[in-house]
Write a protein of this length. Structure first.
Length: 478
């Protein structure tokens, strides 16, 4: 196995004091990650299934028949009083499943593998109404579906939706028929056009869902949905029976067979208390206010296009005590594989406008801050606008109650290598506000950080230990 150079921090006790030394040493790295993709018709894969369901008529349309493209639409209640024309929109999710993902065969994910990342790619169709302002989320199903499943099969009462009124919620998190949705897709365009976005294909991160399947949770597939309240502008996507293979849905998974430890830093869990969070608000008329997010529940983040004339609000968040040298649980010499900051969108009870198509970004902050640092101190456009701040990830598709995973792997590696841990700013690139759960929300919905890491092979640790002892002996002879 090829060797690589890494810097490690060794701490040793001598004479009641700690000596910290950086040194460079040859260390055997973790094995290379493996990436597999599942797409109907590619490398013999044939395990994909889609099914559209509708809260009013059942919509008996699914891939395998005439369903080469299907439309995802969202529920909206009627808000027009008679005799006005109803603006009601029925809920219309698309169900998807990729079977035969796990096993010992070629192209499958082996038992015991650790899922590092997983993404779902969907392609827009090219009919005139295929585009949508979004957002769309992805929720793992708690019961199976077939090519004949109807919307009411997911309803606890077994009844059908009532036109212009609503009723049941089908495969929805709050109806107990799916797990909490993941943020998915924002504004989407028509294939081969510049409507909304010029791209034809769109990608969403679904890592927690594939990890759950790998861990033994039944793979019933998932629903692509808009949530409640959802968009009334449907998105038409191409299915696994579409003629052009490259336009069919594709699930890509990155995994490793190395031993991996996954640790979570969530305020209040297992005695962890290292999270600091602030709501940083700017108002050109009434002035700026920054408040400690510790006692705050659900709040709106928003983006103003011009700080001189429009209001703006962002969040800053930091997780201290990550590595063992500063009181954390991650060994200082660990090999960081993946890290996410997880934010949960507010629920429908907070606001019907909780959802946001995005995009929203997370920026690694160069300078330190407190829960009272004003907006302008961060930069001319608030947190994340200092030229030294580093954009780490952009996510889209924040539907109600959804989880959003921001990839901050590079930040954690920075912190491990001695860069000051000043945490991150979460701010909008869109003017469509986003309701999120702060530290004062229900413990199951507050922000948290997950870090996945491997350890160097035992032989490498032996070399590391001997080198450290030799260094200490040389220091003691001086």
């Amino acid at each position: 196995m090829q060797q690589m150079k890494r810097d490690y921090l060794l701490s040793a006790a001598r004479g009641g004091a700690f000596a910290a030394m950086f040194f460079s040493i040859g260390v055997l790295p973790a094995q290379a990650d493996t990436v597999v993709s599942f797409q109907q018709g590619v490398n013999g894969y044939s395990g994909a299934l889609e099914r559209r369901i509708n809260s009013v008529d059942g919509s008996a349309i699914g891939a395998g028949g005439s369903g080469t493209n299907l439309s995802v639409d969202g529920y909206q209640p009627n808000t027009v009083a008679p005799p006005g024309t109803s603006n009601y929109s029925p809920d219309q999710p698309v169900l998807m499943r990729f079977d035969n993902m796990f096993g010992s065969g070629a192209g499958q994910i082996p038992a015991g593998a650790f899922i590092l990342d997983a993404t779902l790619q969907l392609s827009s169709h090219n009919n005139s109404t295929a585009d949508s302002g979004g957002p769309f989320g992805i929720a793992g199903l708690l019961q199976p579906f077939t090519s004949s499943t109807l919307y009411q099969d997911f309803d606890t009462s077994g009844g059908t939706d009532q036109t212009a009124i609503g009723g049941n919620r089908g495969p929805w998190f709050e109806n107990g028929r799916s797990i909490r949705p993941l943020a998915g897709f924002g504004k989407v365009g028509i294939a081969a056009s510049a409507s909304f976005d010029a791209a034809t294909t769109y990608t969403a991160r679904i890592t927690p869902l594939v990890r759950a399947w790998q861990g033994g949770f039944t793979n019933n597939g998932f629903a692509v949905q808009t949530g409640f309240t959802g968009t009334t502008n449907a998105w038409t996507i191409r299915t696994s029976t579409y003629a052009t293979v490259a336009s069919r849905p594709m699930l890509s998974v990155s995994y490793t067979t190395d031993p991996v430890t996954s640790t979570t830093f969530r305020q209040g869990d297992n005695g962890y208390s290292g999270t600091t969070m602030a709501l940083v608000q700017h108002d050109p008329t009434s002035g700026d206010v920054t408040t400690d997010a510790g006692p705050r529940g659900e709040e709106f983040l928003d983006h103003g296009t011009n700080p001189a004339t429009t209001a703006d609000s962002a969040a800053t968040i930091k997780f201290d005590h990550l590595f063992q040298s500063n009181g954390g649980s991650i060994p200082d010499y660990a090999i960081i594989r993946k890290a996410y900051v997880v934010i949960t969108s507010a629920d429908e009870a907070f606001s019907a406008n909780t959802r946001s198509p995005g995009p929203w970004e997370i920026d690694q902050l160069k300078n330190s801050w407190t829960t009272s640092t004003p907006y302008s101190t961060f930069g001319s456009n608030g947190p994340g606008s200092d030229p030294a701040d580093i954009q780490r990830d952009i996510e889209n598709g924040m539907i109600t109650d959804s989880q959003v995973l921001f990839d901050v792997t590079s930040s954690i590696v920075d912190f491990q290598n001695g860069v000051a841990n000043n945490g991150w700013a979460i701010r909008g690139i869109t003017t469509d506000g986003w309701g999120i759960n702060m530290l004062g929300s229900d413990p199951s919905t507050i922000p948290y950080l997950t870090v996945d890491y491997s350890l160097p092979e035992p032989a490498s640790l032996g070399v590391l230990s001997l080198a450290g002892i030799a260094l200490l002996r040389r220091r003691s002879r001086r």
